[in-house]
Design a protein around this ligand. Structure first.
Ligand SMILES: [Zn+2]
Length: 159
């Protein structure tokens, strides 16, 4: 992880409250993304998070001349994701898909099948062998059809 001169970590983001879906997708790609549905771009600047600010607010963009900020133009979450990838210079090998909890941004770790026996629906437990758990909220992840769809979407971002 590289840190720029002004202390902002490369590929660490803070998304303002209007960019919830974008924040979720950045987490799916594995990027450390701070997001709270209550916090505006202005509040994120005031919090001085040492992260690249993602904003759709023109006024905020003009306020952040000295700080790193990506101004998002599109209304569509996937187009927004493309905008971030392009502006931040992210390439395929920078991403680590499905390594982070989409709900709370914490890293998720592999857990044994036995461990999750009573924590996932019976049919899921019987049909999967690989499970991961969020260290913070203890949400369990497994590779279902949603993941396959997500993988296709991710690959389409880097062609
Ligand atoms: Zn979590």
């Amino acid at each position: 992880m590289k840190t720029t001169m002004d202390g902002i970590q490369e590929y660490c983001f803070a998304a303002e409250k209007t960019l919830g879906k974008l924040a979720k997708w950045l987490r799916i790609l594995g990027f450390d993304t701070f997001y709270s549905p209550d916090l505006s771009g202005k509040q994120l600047i005031d919090a001085d998070l040492k992260r690249i600010l993602l904003t759709r607010t023109r006024k905020i963009r003009d306020l952040t001349v000295s700080k790193k900020c990506i101004f998002i133009v599109s209304n569509d979450p996937f187009e927004q994701l493309r905008e971030v990838i392009q502006a931040a210079g992210i390439i395929r090998r920078d991403i680590l898909p499905f390594s982070r909890c989409i709900r709370c941004n914490a890293l998720i770790r592999r857990v044994s099948k036995d461990f999750v026996r009573t924590m996932v629906p019976e049919y899921v437990w019987e049909s999967h062998d690989t499970f991961r758990m969020c260290a913070l909220c203890r949400r369990i992840y497994w590779s279902g059809s949603h993941t396959r769809r997500s993988r296709d979407i991710i690959e389409s971002l880097f062609v």
